[in-house]
Every structure is written in structure tokens, then in C-alpha cells.
Design a protein around this ligand. Structure first.
Ligand SMILES: O=C[C@H](O)COP(=O)(O)O
Length: 257
């Protein structure tokens, strides 16, 4: 069954997410951008509250900021197992080498790098999702998250259609990756996602009742968990009409959006 990740900015929100049944607690300060990092102090407070009752990941900002970022302090926080680094402003340069260096640092700290692809790559000036998948496969990254960069724009499905998401994630799973989808997801959007190829649905806005700058509420989280539990994918049904594979050499043929 698809798991639910909830992004929280502090320990109180983490408790609300746990009360609602979140599988993953994700550390994120929404005021600091789409992958805004919390401080190490906040992260340790959340890890104490979570205490192994859920898995713990953290947003760590953007790759270009990483070499001098305060988010590097998260490398030393026990309990955090995955770090997410965005690739905004990386569409022109040779980001792969810097990304591999960051991955090595994260692995050396005992954590995993989540490859993040922005569905609104044009606004983020980031590599397109299929290029991030290709790089993640080459680097043997174990996680692929597709998210949105501009949180004032639409939902994930307004930027990347369900067929493209299905192709991308089916290929990622074939390569042994865990797949995660995010991007202003609403309950209706989640129902329209190809959940059969999504291991983790990641939310903040929906867990706050729609406004990501508000506060995570346990009833909102619980409602999302019920929705995932009752989805056709978790009951074993498979949607029809979606391509099963992605041709990395010819992504346009697979719904590149
Ligand atoms: O990791 C997932 C994000 O926190 C999603 O945030 P959002 O639902 O506000 O787009």
C-alpha cells in the first residue's frame, strides 16, 4: 500500500502527523522554499518526538546552496534517514558532478540522498524529471521524488499528467527505486494519481487543510490515510490505459511533460 509522508516544521506538527497515522515524518520549513530546511535543533526535537514510530526524512534545500548551507547540520542528526536536495537553477550547468559529491557526503553520514525532480522544471530552471531519473539510475540513488518548485502554481497533475508520472515511476521501480509524489496534492488529486507505481504520497498543504503555511492537523492526516487505504491500488486493482514502461531515449513517446 502507498505510504503517507507529512512534512512538518516542528515537534508539535510531528505529533499531529503521528496522531493522524503518517508513515513518514518529513522535516521541512515551508517559509524557506519548496525544500526549505529546518534547523538541526528543530530536527533533533522532532526525532525525539517521533522516536522510531515513523520513518524520518528531511528537506535540505537546493544543490547549488548545499556546499555552504546550514542544512548540512542535518547530516549529524540521528534518526533522519533520507535527505532531499533540489536541482533548481541546474538546467544549464554540469550539476551531475556536484550532485554526486553531495550524494557521497550524505551516504558517508549514514543517510540516503533522495533525487528530487521538479515537475515545473521550466520555472525551477532544473533538469526535467526524466533526466533526473536517468542520473539517479546512474548514481544508484534509491529514491526518486517528483515535487513542484513553485508552490503558488498548480498541483502536480496540472504540470505532469498521470501517464507521464506512471511511466517515470514504473521505470524507477524497475530500477529498484522507491517512488514518491508531491506537489500541492489534494484528496481529489491523490485519487487521480497512478498509485500502483507510487510508494509514498508526500503532502504538506493537504495535511494543513489546504494552506501549507498553516498548521498540520491530525484529522486531515487521518483522512488522507483513509483515502490511501481505500484506493483501488491498495485493494489490488490496476488502472487501465496507462503505458507500463518508459523509453529513456525517447521520453516524448512516453508522455514527457
Ligand atoms: O515533501 C512534500 C512536500 O512537503 C509537499 O508540500 P505541498 O503538499 O505543500 O506541495
Amino acid at each position: 500500500m502507498t505510504q503517507l509522508l507529512v512534512s512538518v516544521r516542528d515537534a508539535a506538527e510531528a505529533q499531529a502527523a503521528l496522531d493522524g497515522g503518517a508513515d513518514w515524518i518529513d522535516l521541512k520549513e515551508p517559509a524557506n522554499g519548496p525544500l526549505g530546511a529546518v534547523t538541526a535543533t528543530v530536527a533533533r526535537g522532532v526525532a525525539e518526538v517521533v522516536a522510531g514510530r515513523a520513518s524520518l526524512s528531511a528537506a535540505a534545500g537546493e544543490l547549488l546552496d548545499w556546499p555552504h548551507s546550514p542544512a548540512r547540520d542535518l547530516l549529524a542528526v540521528d534518526g533522519v534517514t533520507q535527505l532531499k536536495l533540489g536541482l533548481s537553477a541546474c538546467n544549464d550547468g554540469d550539476w551531475r558532478q556536484a550532485w554526486l559529491v553531495a550524494q557521497r557526503e550524505i551516504v558517508d553520514a549514514g543517510k540516503k540522498l533522495v533525487a528530487v525532480a521538479y515537475a515545473d522544471a521550466d520555472r525551477a530552471h532544473s533538469p526535467i524529471p526524466f533526466d533526473v531519473l536517468e542520473a539517479a539510475a546512474t548514481a544508484r540513488a534509491r529514491w526518486l521524488l517528483v515535487d513542484t518548485f513553485d508552490k503558488s502554481s498548480g498541483t502536480l497533475l496540472e504540470l505532469l499528467d498521470a501517464a507521464a508520472i506512471q511511466s517515470l515511476f514504473a521505470r524507477a521501480q524497475q530500477l529498484g527505486m522507491t517512488t514518491a509524489a508531491a506537489g500541492r496534492l489534494t484528496p481529489a488529486t491523490i485519487e487521480a494519481l497512478p498509485l500502483e507505481v507510487i510508494d509514498v504520497v508526500a503532502v504538506r498543504s493537504a495535511a494543513c487543510g489546504g494552506n501549507r503555511n498553516a498548521v498540520v492537523r491530525a484529522p486531515c492526516v487521518a483522512a488522507l490515510q483513509r483515502l490511501l487505504a481505500n484506493s483501488p491500488a491498495s485493494r489490488g486493482a490496476r488502472p487501465r490505459g496507462l503505458p507500463a514502461t518508459l523509453d529513456l531515449q525517447n521520453p516524448a513517446a512516453s508522455g514527457r511533460g
